[in-house]
Design a protein around this ligand. Sequence first.
Ligand code: PLP
Length: 285
Amino acid sequence: MQRTVYLNGEYLPESEAKVSIFDRGFLFADAIYEVTAVVDGKLLDLEGHIARLARSCKELAMKNPLTAEDLVTIQKKLITLNDLKEGGIYLQVTRGSSGDRDFPYPDNTEPTVVLFTQSRAVIDSPKAKKGIKIISTPDLRWRRRDVKTTSLLAACMAKQAAMSVGCDDAWLIEDGFVTEGGSSNAYIITQNNTIVTRPLSNDILHGITRASLLKVAEKHNLSIEERVFTIEEAYAAKEAFISSASTFIWPVISIDDRPIGDGVPGPVASQLREIYIEFAKALSV
Ligand code: PLP
């Protein structure tokens, strides 16, 4: 069945939604995106995703074509039109098309705005129960990972490298330290039960799930340290896990073929997943 998608003010069957070959999103990855989770037909952590979209636009001097109200209206309408119960909404804004290919930002192009729904089980996800196996691999991405651009080839390469050896995802390494996952933030839990994750900077995406998760962890009096960590420290951790809007929290059960803890999902990661989902659902719109 065809989805109804949103393109530049119109709701269209997906086969009829067309974008110019001169669109700068296509030619230069001059585009930003957001993924917002949907549970029970409602949007999770919406405020955070809307705020990060505005920040990404600002950092790239790109016109933000939609107000927060527009974004809520469009996303809600897509949920209804596609009868989406659980999954996510993908949103992309590009700098638009000047009708040719040239590097400098063109004057007066209208942004291209695309949104579509993706239906999938996010609550009863098998990987949340079984955990995931990851590899470590060099971080080949650009230096502004805090901006959520569609320039994702390095992440695709890292994930493909993981898949090719029977693993699920990759953690990226720079200067000896873990930056983050291929499309997630990375955490370890030390032997003395401290949750460790890399501090915010231009080196990582400022995860919206990360922000909510740290808030709920603090409320539950869990000990948190925002600092860099090495892959060797991760090998020796009691537990490890990732967070993102597409996964919420997934436990990591092995890294580079070394089991983490007992090699099964750890109790703290599983508890964090539950309390995060409860928190996010309570605030969903
Ligand atoms: N880090 C990277 C590189 C990502 O691509 C993502 C999500 O796509 C995240 C972290 C997690 O961010 P969020 O929790 O906002 O989904």
